[in-house]
Design a protein around this ligand. Structure first.
Ligand SMILES: NC(=O)c1ccc[n+]([C@@H]2O[C@H](COP(=O)([O-])OP(=O)(O)OC[C@H]3O[C@@H](n4cnc5c(N)ncnc54)[C@H](OP(=O)(O)O)[C@@H]3O)[C@@H](O)[C@H]2O)c1
Length: 379
């Protein structure tokens, strides 16, 4: 019988005759080495993406991934409701596997580290839950879901299943946006007093932009970019008040909306969005000591003007035609996801789940004031 007593550092190991202290030190450093090697090997492995939905934004996202090193990002599968569409997408992008259902992609345990969910927004919750409950990490297109109740469900599922979830608010990860956050943190323009941001484009020819059952409406489709900008500038602070007014199409969705947000200490933001006309699509932050301006297409910024001084942030060229402006800029959110996964994070510190919850709360309130109600609202 072997009697194991308390470890005394002066004693020796009965198997190798080394001092116990040396044996313990050896084991600790071996364990440390294994952990370092494991971390390094996961850093050396590409993040494997599964694409859910073979539509327009999925195409653009896949093209954006190709602007990143293949050693870091790899698309391993695509799923669509229809096999032929999935196969055509796979062939176009050189993806090895195509599935005719989202469930099949979710069940294939080997295949993907993370799913890019590129479906129209009324399907984000139902399909998002399929992946989250299959323990898949998810990057979900904006808006994360149709309303706060849905967003809370999707967030709860990510937490229960201990997986990563992020709303694909790609704007936040552009170098110009990071620069804005850094400038604000340094109080480069003093205290921010007013933010003015717009997004408008003639989109009424696109069914999903106007039909209620497809999640149509200016606010959820593009106004969300104005609000996310404001939330980024005010660093996730809750507004003290929200005042919205708007006009609706006869489909019952908002054609245009203006949302005024008041924050503490006499700070405010004005957001304007429209799916019928082109707006300036600028974003300006007015501070007590200067201004920061994105002079065009604020949701995918490549130019920044700080106190009159202009800086360009060019994007890489796409390898094939894109459906939307500057879509190669989705590379930055994709890389953010990779970095979060490598660190074992379950959400991005720069676009948190609380940020998504706040964004949706503001949109719920604005919609309720304008009278835009979706079937998902259950009223
Ligand atoms: N980041 C950006 O700049 C940006 C730009 C545009 C859109 N988006 C967001 O991306 C999402 C998709 O937009 P999109 O323009 O790519 O849309 P889309 O091409 O019209 O549709 C995307 C996918 O949604 C599914 N779908 C479409 N209509 C459906 C229907 N009636 N019933 C069930 N499923 C349907 C299809 O999946 P299957 O392929 O499986 O059939 C389709 O491929 C939206 O949430 C939008 O807000 C983001």
């Amino acid at each position: 019988m072997v009697i194991v007593g308390p470890v005394k550092f002066g004693s020796t190991c009965w198997r190798c005759n080394l001092s116990l202290r040396a044996v313990i030190m050896f084991r600790v450093s071996t364990l440390r080495l294994i952990l370092i090697l494991r971390h390094q090997s996961s850093e050396n492995m590409a993040t494997r993406w599964g694409i859910c939905g073979a539509g327009k934004i999925s195409h653009d996202f896949t093209v954006a991934l190709k602007t990143l090193p293949p050693a870091d990002h790899e698309v391993v599968a695509v799923a669509a409701r229809d096999l032929q569409r999935a196969q055509e997408f796979a062939q176009r992008h050189g993806i090895p596997r195509a599935y005719d259902s989202y469930e099949k992609l979710a069940k294939d345990a080997e295949i993907a580290d993370v799913i890019y969910l590129g479906l129209i927004h009324p399907h984000h919750l139902k399909v998002g839950l399929i992946f989250l409950r299959s323990k898949k990490n998810v990057l979900c297109e904006k808006p994360l879901a149709m309303n706060s109740r849905e967003v809370q469900q999707i967030i709860a599922a990510a937490k229960e299943n201990d997986v990563f979830l992020m709303e694909a608010v790609w704007t936040r990860f552009f170098p110009a946006s990071i620069k804005i956050s850094n400038l604000l943190a340094q109080e480069a323009i003093g205290e921010v007093k007013l933010v003015d941001v717009s997004f408008g484009a003639p989109l009424q020819h696109i069914p999903r932009a106007v039909e209620k059952e497809l999640g149509g409406g200016a606010l959820l489709d593009i106004g969300v970019y104005c609000l996310q900008f404001v939330c980024m500038v005010f660093n996730g602070e809750k507004p003290e008040s929200i005042n919205a007014t708007g006009v609706c199409l006869n489909t019952g969705v908002d054609e245009a909306m203006a949302v005024v947000l008041k924050f503490s200490r006499n700070r405010m933001a004005v957001c304007t969005c429209s799916i019928s006309v082109q707006l300036s699509n600028e974003a300006t932050i007015f501070g007590t000591k200067g201004t920061i301006k994105i002079p065009e297409h604020q949701w995918c910024p490549t130019t920044l003007v700080v106190n009159g001084e202009k800086t360009q942030y060019p994007l890489p060229e796409p390898s094939m035609p894109l459906n939307f402006l500057n879509s190669t800029g989705m590379r930055y959110e994709a890389e953010e996801v990779r970095q979060c996964l490598l660190k074992g994070l379950k959400q991005s510190p720069r676009m948190t789940l609380a940020d998504s919850a706040l964004l949706t709360e503001i949109m719920d309130e604005a919609r309720s004031q304008v009278g835009v109600v979706y079937i998902q609202d259950g009223v």
